[in-house]
Design a protein around this ligand. Structure first.
Ligand code: UDX
Ligand code: UDX
Ligand code: ADP
Length: 466
């Protein structure tokens, strides 16, 4: 089967970049990305490519090349579904905030809405591709809705989880470690649908990197990959605390273990804690699924990854408070970075939010400089926790456009995101304008500790004893 028109429902961090790359690599396929959020669609269509709603290095050039040629952004969801041979579902699946499974299960209401909409808008057979991360066996529910609420057309469901990491989305999409396609491997139609999607990726991905599995393995592989990656971060972070109590240095440990080819060097960077829209959500989801099958030991094992992450964020905030003589009330504390990692404007589950919340509880005045995150976004994030009133949050937290203004007069600086530009700041100038003793809490081990100490700073770095 030859795919000539693709529709993607959801123009977010996953749908936008993924479809832009498919469109760039397959100029003969029309790719339409649709979203109910008109403002988001307008931003994707903006003339000024620096105003796209998702910031990713290299994305502006790809959108610039393909948009208007075979890449389109629109809010006409039904029309795009009707035209397409293949429909990707790339809507958000956050953790449930209410009812059964609150705080753990994935909220699938947007997925269900999409499935119903696909069924009602379809006027021909279609291949439906799950791009969003979903709990195992969601495809069954999607299929049930499509088969029972539609107009008699046939649907093949594929699972094609996205493994891109934010900040490197374009690189990851152009040169993926693998592409995973799960489908109904027991029928002719299922195999044909898998092949149709394989053919799309084969435009630029070598065939040995395109894996096909049954649907359930594909759904579970996505959760497992994120759980393993997050587990590595929690493992190294847990040992960073032990290093601080001993004479060991987490960098030396991580270098030493990373040389073991069975362990490997990647994803062993100690930090103030992992963030992002996926790790926590997917592990909570895995934990919930295990409990629902009565696998309590398995659930407890994975839940510990989240507990260590929460502990890491909490102990970073406590370290700041303790070093500032156990009182931060009324003191200016500067945050360098708010995004959950560098090279993205995404702040979902960012450690900065939780560290800020703990310090605000103690009455600190926080000034944040982040090169890509707006003040509105910071307020959304902190208000969302519901810890104090919006008025209080605006009184205690502000963003600054200039890093030097953010640091001027501060009692302490905390590095929450590893933006490269922080390394290049004029640290002598910052030192001269700060309250003494000048303290830096480097939650990313980004800065040159020795150089800063030479200037006169007291530097705390994760996983180093002195
Ligand atoms: C281990 C370390 O690998 C080695 O570096 C260290 O010096 C000593 O401890 P060893 O115990 O000899 O070596 O064997 P290893 O191959 O690591 O296996 C340990 C156990 O894990 C075995 O029972 C093995 O069957 C099991 N295992 C290993 C698995 O069940 N699955 C795996 O994927 C790997
Ligand atoms: C992750 C997965 O990497 C990706 O494959 C999946 O598709 C989505 O989830 P993402 O959340 O975008 O991607 O970024 P990632 O690079 O994995 O970082 C997640 C968090 O872990 C960040 O807060 C990062 O700072 C932190 N991290 C990562 C560490 O603290 N140490 C590390 O060694 C690696
Ligand atoms: P992700 O990181 O998974 O891409 P985002 O929240 O960035 O998540 O993007 C998901 C997008 O899906 C949002 O822009 C949201 O408006 C959109 N969306 C959710 N439900 C629907 C729907 N039924 N129809 C169209 N778009 C939807």
């Amino acid at each position: 089967m030859n795919i000539s028109k693709i529709c993607c429902i959801g123009a977010g961090y996953v749908g936008g970049p993924t479809m832009a790359v498919i469109a760039q690599k397959c100029p003969q396929i029309q790719v339409k990305v649709v979203d109910i959020n008109q403002a988001r669609i307008d931003a994707w269509n903006s003339e000024d490519l620096s105003a796209l709603p998702v910031y990713e290095p290299g994305l502006d050039a790809i959108v610039g090349e393909a948009r208007g040629r075979n890449l389109f952004f629109s809010s006409e969801v039904d029309l795009a579904i009707e035209e397409a041979d293949m429909v990707f579902i790339s809507v958000n699946t956050p953790t449930k905030t209410y009812g059964e499974g609150k705080g753990q299960a994935a909220d699938l209401k947007w997925i269900e809405k999409c499935a119903r909409q696909i069924a009602s808008a379809s006027k021909s057979n279609k291949i439906v591709v799950e791009k969003s991360t979903l709990p195992v066996r969601t495809a069954e529910a999607v299929k049930d809705i499509l088969d029972n609420t539609g107009n008699g057309y046939k649907f093949q469901i594929l699972s094609n989880p996205e493994f891109l990491a934010e900040g490197t989305a374009v690189e990851d999409l152009l040169d993926p470690d693998r592409v995973l396609i799960g489908g109904d491997t027991s029928t002719e139609e299922g195999l044909e649908a898998i092949q149709a999607l394989v053919d799309v990726y084969a435009h630029w991905v070598p065939s040995e990197r395109i894996l096909s599995t049954n649907v359930w393995s594909s759904e579970l592989s996505k959760l497992t990959a994120n759980a393993f990656l997050a587990q590595r971060v929690s493992s190294i972070n847990s040992l960073s605390e032990l290093c601080e109590s001993t004479e060991a240095d987490i960098y030396e440990v991580s270098r030493a273990i990373g040389k073991d080819s069975r362990i490997g060097p990647k994803f062993l960077q100690p930090s103030v804690g992992f963030g992002g829209s996926c790790f926590q959500k997917d592990i909570l989801n895995l934990v919930y699924i295990c409990r629902s099958y009565g696998l309590f030991e398995v659930a407890d094992y994975w839940e510990q990854v989240i507990k260590i992450n929460d502990h890491q964020k909490g102990r970073f905030a406590k370290k700041i408070i303790k070093s500032l003589y156990n009182t931060v009330s009324g003191k200016k504390i500067t945050f360098l970075g708010w995004a959950f990692k560098k090279d993205t404007n995404d702040t979902r589950e960012s450690a900065a939010i939780y560290v800020a919340d703990l310090l605000l509880n103690e009455g600190a005045n926080i000034y944040v400089y982040d090169p890509k995150v707006s003040e509105d976004q910071m307020y959304n994030d902190i208000d969302y926790l519901n810890t104090r009133t919006k008025v209080e949050n605006r009184r205690l937290l502000q963003s600054e456009f200039d890093p030097y203004a953010a640091c001027k007069g501060a009692h302490a600086i905390a590095v929450l995101t590893e933006w490269d530009e922080f390394r290049e700041l004029d640290w002598q100038k910052i030192y001269d304008q700060m309250q003494k003793p000048c303290q830096i809490f480097d939650g990313r081990n980004l800065l040159d500790k020795q150089k800063l100490e030479k200037i006169g700073f007291r530097v705390y770095a994760i996983g180093k004893s002195s």
